[in-house]
Design a protein around this ligand. Sequence first.
Ligand code: CP
Length: 314
Amino acid sequence: MKRHLLSAADLTRDDAELVLTTAAELRSLADRPIKKLPALRGRTVVNLFFEDSTRTRISFEAAAKRLSADVINFAAKGSSLSKGESLKDTALTLEAMGADAVVIRHSASGAPHRLAHSGWVRSSVVNAGDGTHEHPTQALLDAFTLWRHLGESKPSGLEGRRVAIVGDVLHSRVARSNALLLQTLGVDVTLVGPPTLLPVGVESWGVDTSYDLDAVLPKVDAVMMLRVQRERMQGGFFPTPREYSRRYGLDGRRMATLQDHTIVMHPGPMVRGMEITADVADSDRSVIVEQVTNGVAVRMAVLYLLLGGSENPE
Ligand code: CP
């Protein structure tokens, strides 16, 4: 593994499979009464969140604590950022506190790269979501969830599986990271959405695209629904929310066209009634809550491997 995890493209197939198999070992911890391991005792992980988060922030904190690291949580709200402090001075402050890893979420695409390559910090930098760019640990936890559900004994068994990623691809860092990582793992990816919500140049991503959700659904092993990120939209990308849901929402009628084994995923947060109906989100096919559980094990694996864990974590 490289020193930083900034993009899903940083991961070779061997790297990605190592994260997934390490996560599988660590996930078994969740079933034990005592969930802690001493693997990162004496190491410090800083969670630096400049943008809102529920799942990613909490799961990185849980992951670091389960590995016995010291954890410092920094939220932009209530910090000296409101007094005009820059990313550089914030980074230098963290460096002075001896951070071994900095987990950063930022609304600006590229902020984690800036932190990693500026020389401001010596620690490993993990991208926890930057603007509309990337969210590599989300892609890893999604791949882990696919692996667990599609019945393969090894991550290499994902080769040739088919996944549809549906909705607001244009604004989705989750879609971009998944397109990269799933291709690395040999998965066939189809991006589905209205023409206005597929990025210009998407053909260079190396994946299939479709505007026709009904045609794609019966062919896939997993369908990953994306939130419509209206907070990032200026202007009209579709006529009305009702029209969007009619064309690109996953409801009970569409779910009935899926193959028996096909799973339904969503990175969260969901807008029930927009891209997914409540009956689908709460159905037996939905693995949305399990994705959150898997996020802890995957982020434990990432921290463990980046911070130099070479021996069995136990
Ligand atoms: N999936 C995801 O990144 O969720 P949060 O925004 O709650 O962290």
